[in-house]
Design a protein around this ligand. Sequence first.
Ligand SMILES: Cc1cc2nc3c(=O)[nH]c(=O)nc-3n(C[C@H](O)[C@H](O)[C@H](O)COP(=O)(O)O)c2cc1C
Length: 330
Amino acid sequence: MTLRTRFTEMVGIEHPIVQGGMMWVGRAELASAVSNAGGLGILTALTQPTPDALRAEIDRCRTMTDKPFGVNLTILPSMTPPPYAEYRKAIIDSGVKIVETAGSKPQEHVDDFKAHGITVIHKCTSVRHALSAERMGVDVISIDGFECAGHPGEDDVGGLVLIPAAADKVKIPMIASGGIGDGRGLVAALALGADGINMGTRFCATVEAPIHDRVKQLLVSNDERGTNVIFRKLHNTARVGKNSVSDKVVDILAKPDATFPDVADLVKGAKGRVLLETGDLDAGLVWAGQVQGLIDDIPTVAELIGKIMADAERIISERLPAQLRVTSST
Ligand SMILES: Cc1cc2nc3c(=O)[nH]c(=O)nc-3n(C[C@H](O)[C@H](O)[C@H](O)COP(=O)(O)O)c2cc1C
């Protein structure tokens, strides 16, 4: 059985599985492994220090796979924003055909990508933002439930409601994420109306993820309670792995008059990078979702995708029919 959907046909991949953009993790090693295994791997633009470095990373990824891969451009509020337009130009000049955008006000980026014939997947966390992205002209909606690592938005709606609520209204292909890590999640997402899945945390616990082994082991040992939700009062809610740093951020921001400068040093991106590279689990924030509760091993990407697909197919063709004892009413 193959699970072909509108989404797999649109982007030219074998399996309806995407590896979402991940700061410091979305490098050529991981993206090419996902694409080689029949999914859609995605490089993370801002992980590269300059637009020229991104050009080089795209070239490097091309030497590692001849399958389609994409690039993520995340637009987040920042005191000193990166040169987004220059990163966008690097993506366009490099001939990349698929882009994942995320964050606020993507219109000018979407317009430019579309003008250059690029397929745009826009990731968002609410039905209303999905509909506004659809109106903006994106090709695919990626809907990320409250379970997810990263920025789940301010509505706190989990995938079990968010995915079908979005599917009821979104007309273009839609992929779903947040808490998905195995074949059961894939089948559930398809049943809820998605055309595929996107995963972040699960792909961090693979052989090819370019991060320290201690971080991968942490994802295996943590359960579904192993996250903290931070920055709620700053209206920039983020779900991160539970560690001494995120516990401290929760404590500090719980004080009524605390503001971002009180935690700015603790949450610096550079510190999170040190954590991922050195395996010092208290060096900074570690981004991870509730799906940690479903992660028990550190397979290769090909093993992971192979197992997800095999399990999904078994659930659809064997487990559900046996479990339901379906009888025809005609
Ligand atoms: C380590 C890590 C870093 C991430 N960085 C980004 C990012 O820079 N941009 C973005 O759009 N999403 C980012 N995400 C979110 C993922 O792309 C994806 O939407 C999310 O992980 C899905 O939820 P899951 O972790 O439950 O699979 C990150 C996730 C992780 C685990």
